[in-house]
Design a protein around this ligand. Structure first.
Ligand SMILES: [Zn+2]
Length: 221
């Protein structure tokens, strides 16, 4: 039994695709992560699997203003500025969202029929968007299967936030990419120490995950 679940309320699976945007993943991007070149195929396989199996997909998008103070604060070049080409997702992960939760916008109650929800986030963690925090609370109990970029950046901060909220989380280790390989490896060790389960894309493709954790119900309390 996964923690937080009662006998008749097993957690539903939710796939969490973190920041797989052009500015991070293509050589033309403003903050290109070279290691991301290895994960395109697996990202596509994971999303295809989720769509075929009616698993809810949350996609986060790093979303900045033109002169966002984060750029100077962390020494980043301007990246993922809302509405620019670099803000968009790469073709392998581009899906038309059923619902968009913007950071400064009003809360929109999900209908429960959504397959893909896009979450704009102003900073590293998914929960830096207050509407996203409200969404994940509404999804309880659920088990997040996380992947995307960068391992030691937004993937790490989002997973840490979800674990601190007591959510079950798995990470697909061959569908995440670091900025720096060593830091990425350290982050995967940190995840293991936090009870985040490592998975391979193959585990999911083969149906192992659904067999173990099953539910993919999409309903909101
Ligand atoms: Zn950013």
């Amino acid at each position: 039994m996964l923690c937080g679940a009662s006998a008749n309320q097993m957690p539903r699976l939710v796939f969490l695709d973190i920041d797989t945007q052009i500015d991070f993943m293509l050589p033309s991007g403003k903050l290109y992560l070279e290691e991301s070149r290895h994960i395109f195929g697996n990202l596509h396989r994971l999303l295809e699997y989720a769509l075929l199996n009616q698993i809810l997909i949350l996609q986060t998008a790093d979303t900045h203003t033109e002169d966002d103070p984060e750029f100077a604060a962390y020494g980043f070049p301007a990246h993922c500025v809302a509405g620019t080409e670099g803000w968009r997702r790469v073709p392998e992960t581009y899906l038309i969202p059923d619902l968009i939760l913007s950071s400064g916008g009003e809360w929109v109650q999900p209908s429960g029929r959504e397959r893909v929800i896009l979450i704009e986030k102003p900073s590293f963690s998914i929960t830096s968007n207050p509407n996203a925090l409200r969404l994940v609370e509404a999804l309880r109990p659920c088990h997040f299967v996380a992947f995307g970029v960068a391992t030691e950046g937004c993937v790490r901060r989002s997973i840490l936030s979800l674990r601190s909220l007591n959510f079950e989380v798995s990470v697909v280790i061959d569908a995440v990419a670091p900025g720096r390989i060593k830091r990425g490896e350290q982050t995967l060790e940190e995840f293991a120490s936090l009870g985040v389960r490592p998975l391979l894309t193959e585990d999911i493709d083969s149906g192992k995950l659904l067999a173990e954790d099953h539910l993919n119900r999409i309903s909101f309390r």
